[in-house]
Design a protein around this ligand. Structure first.
Ligand code: BGC
Length: 416
């Protein structure tokens, strides 16, 4: 290929020399000048082509070495469960990314069972994977197995959820979890125009996530910190009085659990005709349960503002149908790309820092954070992507035009 390119350059230069000769008006001097110029041009062109060819050879060799190295290496990916929609997307995006670069991938799902995930990770270590990417079911339960990973020299990326109390975790890749919550809270403030509410009051109930998931507290605190001043001022009222994380948490982010709790709240505090204005839900799986409870057990006929997170297809359908109001979307396809580039750097024995972001040339925003996430053994350096608010008004622009989802024949988004 290089030879062909070089001969094309030479042929082109020689043709221009001939043309220069032909078009000269006949004086010897002019002809000599033209020949000299052409000779110079030819030398330049040959030099340029040789340099390019050398660069190309170097690149090809580097690529070949990378792929050869990748071909020998295996990435173990441990995801929590297939029963919560997003992890299916995470698992397949991660697999696709690493396989695309020539790595072998072992992907496990542990059915939301903590013991199963420990066993799955033990299996990956026994298989001598070169890198572990783990989204923990219970952030507190992996210390022992990850100590084994560390002993085996396997770097660990804590994926999306921070793994606690282990110094085996090298890096954390996630979205800015606190911001997810503040976006939900701010959405409520803006939609109800709480700053200009005057004497008007609104009723709100909270539903948070799994206490075993370190993210859940960040989401709840983000939302609560925005809403707290309005609760303190009496503009927002919580009829159930349940405002502590532990009171509003949902084990395993389970839809049925969230539904039952909301049915109880509606039965106990709203059956006298009290109006519910807002159901602040930390994510889509809980929002789904809360929406079902409101559908069956709420006597009022106002539209309740219901928040969520993830852009699960059932929730996007509810948003289109006006049953859920918003979701905070996190492009997990990008989270997989960030994990890939971080993973490659670790596999190459590097110690990445903020420079990885520019070096990788990502098309999405990402911050390098060395302050926010302490897992009990110290700060875990984090790459945090940026979440987006999605409502019925911008589903097309944010989710369809960006290529993450396609609309089916009924106009409902389906994940690509
Ligand atoms: C993730 C959320 C998700 C939740 C339940 C959290 O750790 O960050 O995106 O909704 O788990 O799957």
């Amino acid at each position: 290929m290089k030879k062909k390119f070089l001969s094309m350059v030479l042929a082109a230069t020689m043709t221009s020399a001939l043309l220069a000769g032909c078009s000269s008006s006949g004086t010897t001097e002019e002809t000599t000048d033209a020949v000299e110029e052409t000779a110079e041009e030819t030398t330049d062109a040959v030099e340029e082509a040789t340099e390019e060819a050398a660069e190309e050879t170097e690149e090809t060799t580097e690529e070949a070495t990378d792929t050869a190295a990748a071909g020998d290496q295996t990435v173990g990916i441990a995801m929590p469960t297939q029963s919560l929609e997003r992890w299916n997307r995470d698992g397949s995006y991660l697999k696709e990314q690493f396989e695309g670069k020539g790595y072998t991938v072992e992907l496990t799902y542990s059915d939301n069972k903590i013991d199963q995930q420990v066993k799955d990770i033990e299996g990956l270590i026994a298989d001598e994977v070169d890198l572990l990417v783990v989204a923990a079911i219970d952030g507190e339960s992996l210390s022992q197995v990850l100590a084994d990973a560390k002993d085996a020299g396997i770097p660990v990326i804590s994926y999306d959820r921070l793994i606690m109390n282990t110094d085996a975790v090298s890096y954390y890749v996630s979205f800015d979890n606190y911001t997810v919550g503040t976006l939900q809270g701010q959405y409520v403030v803006d939609t109800l125009d709480l700053d200009n509410a005057g004497d008007k009051t609104y009723n709100i109930e909270f539903t948070a996530g799994d206490p075993a998931d370190n993210n859940a507290g960040f989401f709840f605190n983000g939302a609560y910190d925005v809403l707290k001043p309005y609760i303190e001022a009496g503009t927002l009222v919580v009829p159930s009085g349940q405002t502590e994380f532990d009171q509003v948490a949902t084990a395993q982010w389970d839809t049925a659990t969230a539904m039952e709790r909301m049915q109880n709240i509606l039965g106990s505090y709203y059956s006298d005709g009290t109006q519910l204005d807002v159901a602040l839900c930390s994510n889509d799986s809980t929002a789904l349960g809360v929406t079902q409870a409101i559908g069956t057990d709420y006597a009022g006929d106002n539209t309740v503002i219901i928040t969520g997170q993830d852009g699960d297809v059932a929730n996007l359908a509810n948003i289109i149908d006006g049953k859920q109001t918003m979701t905070v979307y996190k492009a997990v396809a990008n989270e997989a790309v960030a994990t890939l580039d971080l993973g490659i750097a670790l596999l190459n024995g590097e110690t990445p820092d903020a420079g990885l972001i520019d070096a990788s040339g990502w098309s999405f925003e990402c911050a390098y954070d060395t302050e926010s996430y302490n897992n009990g053994t110290g700060i875990i350096p984090s790459y945090l992507l940026v979440p987006t608010v999605v409502t019925a008004d911008n589903i097309q622009e944010e989710l369809v035009d960006t290529g993450y989802y396609t609309l089916d024949s009924n106009g409902y988004p389906q994940a690509n």
